[in-house]
Design a protein around this ligand. Structure first.
Ligand code: DWN
Ligand code: SAH
Ligand code: ZN
Length: 415
């Protein structure tokens, strides 16, 4: 591993199995996607090379450079899972599912990796079940504590997992949503799970699915935090490497296409047919193969051209365009496409910590949702496209007043 003082570059081998990586896209220099800046901050902005490739050995799709984790996840990390009613309902339903199944044993203990503001664990806490969130971002951890959730403000890794095991005993469920893909050291995650999980426990991992990202050309799902893009094949291979087995999968519609992977100790549980079925589909379509990924790259370049052409045309016609949802994903869109305040003068977003800040790289100001109607723009570029239903319902007056939404997933179009 080589540290250049700014980001960490690793030799062109796979972070999981060491086999060669075939690069398929390079987005160029990109900022830290959730590093919203104070307008008075004149310090140089951190950038790194956002490039992705697929491993020829284990099929894991991964980045070739790594942002030091403390630059991304710290006390001021602004994302709050509970900002979306859809995600609150989604995680509450999952917590009830756990309470009705895996947690129906004497004195169960459940651990969540990346518990953020406690969107899932608050339901577990209310049920009086022993639990622990492991969450390095202090602000998010405090928000969870305010909901009665017990949190350890640390990165989950082998040593923190061992300490938890020593203090609280084994966990029957270790859950993690949209976080395992953020941890380059998968070996440390699996060794930690090995130390902490009960013999017949389950490690449940929910994350964006590579198949859905490719199918919908959701190129904006690629940014610093998403170090890995998971498939059934790559997660099954990684699990086996560390003494585990992928025993079940469930596809979910959230975040534009997610899979819930259920992982158990090798031999502890039977493997559900769904695993082999989707694995066969992935192999038949060559999901991690160069033909599929090169075509994805081609469609990504095409989306950039179409989106920039549309925004320039609207500007030249004197139309106003405002962004909606200062997502982490939008950093890839604005910085890869070269979209700045000249094309999108501000972005409206409901997250208080982002208000009054400048979006990373692009320098586009972020304003509260109230600014959206003051006055309505002609067009709104929906960066939070995964929350389209919720946002369009909230902002129904915009369309009623003649406003139009611009989408770029699965292709650039005006709604
Ligand atoms: O994986 C990750 C996911 C879970 O969350 C993290 N790496 C970081 C983050 O990604 P994101 O920022 O792309 O997530 P979302 O959920 O697409 O972000 C939605 C954004 O839109 C938030 O900033 C809140 C905002 N929003 C809004 O302004 N009005 C959201 C809703 C639902 C709304 O009604
Ligand atoms: N689970 C939530 C939050 C996802 S955002 C959801 O699905 O909405 C990713 C979260 O992972 C952030 O809160 C971040 O601080 C946390 N995180 C990043 N690296 C981590 C690690 N090594 N251990 C535990 N949490 C981590
Ligand atoms: Zn590999």
């Amino acid at each position: 591993m080589i540290t250049d003082g700014r980001s960490t570059v690793h030799p062109p081998g796979c972070r999981v199995c060491g086999q060669p990586i075939r690069a398929f896209f390079d987005f160029g220099r990109q900022p830290v996607s959730d590093a919203f800046r104070d307008p008075a901050d004149r310090s140089a902005e951190f950038h790194y090379d956002l490039a992705v490739g697929a491993c020829g050995g284990c099929a894991m799709v991964q980045q070739s450079h790594e942002v030091p984790r403390a630059r991304m996840f710290h006390a001021d990390y602004p994302y709050r899972s509970s900002g979306s009613a859809l995600m609150r309902d989604h995680f509450e339903a999952f917590a009830h599912h756990l309470l009705d199944t895996e947690l129906k044993v004497p004195d169960p203990f459940v651990v969540e990796i990346g518990s953020n503001d406690g969107v899932m664990l608050r339901t577990i806490a209310q049920a009086g079940v022993r639990h622990l969130g492991v969450e390095p971002s202090g602000g998010a951890a405090d928000a969870a504590r305010a909901h009665g959730v017990r949190v350890l403000t640390e990165f989950f890794q082998e040593d923190s997992a061992r300490r938890i095991r020593d203090e609280d005993g084994p966990a029957v469920v270790i859950f993690s949503a949209n976080t395992v893909s953020h941890i380059a050291r998968l070996d440390s995650v699996f060794r930690g799970v090995d130390a902490l999980l009960a013999p017949n426990g389950v490690f449940v991992v929910e994350d964006r699915y590579l198949g859905d990202i490719v199918d919908s050309t959701a190129f904006d799902q690629i940014y610093d935090e998403h170090f890995y893009l998971f498939s059934v094949e790559s997660v099954r291979n990684a699990s086996r490497r560390f003494g585990f087995e992928l025993v079940d999968i469930t596809r979910l519609p959230v975040h534009g296409g997610t899979i819930r992977f259920t992982i158990a100790r090798a031999g502890a549980r039977p493997v559900a047919p769904a695993v082999g079925e989707l694995l066969a589909v992935e192999r038949a379509r060559g999901l991690a193969g160069h033909r599929t990924l090169d075509r994805f790259a081609e469609r990504t370049r095409h989306a950039r051209t179409e989106l920039v052409d549309l925004l320039r045309r609207l500007r030249d016609q004197g139309r106003t365009v405002v962004g909606y949802g200062a997502t982490a994903k939008s950093a890839t869109v604005t910085n890869y496409c070269g979209i700045g305040p000249d094309l999108v003068p501000y972005i409206c977003d409901s997250t208080p910590a982002k208000h009054g800040k400048l979006a990373p790289g692009s320098g586009i100001p972020v304003r509260p949702p109230a600014a959206f109607a003051d006055p309505y723009p002609d067009y709104a570029l929906l960066f939070a496209w995964n929350h389209a239903e919720e946002i369009m319902a909230k902002e129904h007056r915009f369309a009623a007043a003649g406003g139009r939404w611009i989408r770029y997933v699965p292709r650039v179009h005006v709604v």
